[in-house]
Design a protein around this ligand. Structure first.
Ligand SMILES: [Zn+2]
Ligand SMILES: [Zn+2]
Length: 175
């Protein structure tokens, strides 16, 4: 037993052991600080809240590994730029022409790209609203989709006729 203890003490006092210990500590510290830096960068990509960022960086520094696990469990699911992209997509969908899909302003009555009328009149309350809505936003009256489709196709035919008529007028006036 004494021999074993002596062996152990001589091993600990050995220069090689000190070197291994130093290398292990350096590797651990490097790993630890790269995890903390990663948390700081990821947190700033996921939240603009400075308190949130500082809290998790400190947690990561104070409790190795568990700080990282807590952060991964509690961090926001989406990156800031993903949220911005989602918002932009929603914005674009809300402000697209019902007929040609081009981006338009919400208060436009006619599409400047395809010249279609964008508003419909509610049969119940007589208020105007976008043709892209499935029901009247003022009284809740559901829109008869079949009727709307017919109206739309008739409207398209009429605008086509108008365009053809305009062209023929242009042609005849040029002659
Ligand atoms: Zn259009
Ligand atoms: Zn209505």
């Amino acid at each position: 037993m004494e021999k074993l203890l002596e062996d152990f003490i001589s091993f600990v006092q050995n220069e090689n052991f000190n070197l291994y210990l130093k290398i292990t500590v350096i590797i651990f510290l490097a790993l630890h600080f790269s995890i903390v830096i990663w948390i700081a960068r990821d947190a700033s990509n996921r939240s603009r809240n400075l308190l949130f960022q500082i809290f998790f960086v400190f947690l990561g520094m104070l409790i190795p590994l568990f700080g990282l696990i807590f952060y991964l469990l509690l961090r926001p699911g989406k990156l800031i730029f993903e949220k911005v992209l989602d918002g932009f997509e929603n914005f674009a969908q809300r402000n697209c022409c019902f007929f040609c899909g081009e981006v338009i302003r919400e208060d436009f009555k006619f599409c400047p790209h395809c010249s279609e009328e964008l508003y419909q009149k509610c049969e119940k309350c007589n208020k105007n609203f976008s043709k892209s809505f499935p029901l009247c936003p003022y009284c809740g009256e559901k829109i008869n989709l079949e009727k709307l489709k017919k109206q739309v196709s008739e409207q398209k035919k009429e605008t086509k006729k108008k365009k053809i008529a305009e062209k023929t007028i242009e042609k005849t006036s040029k002659k």
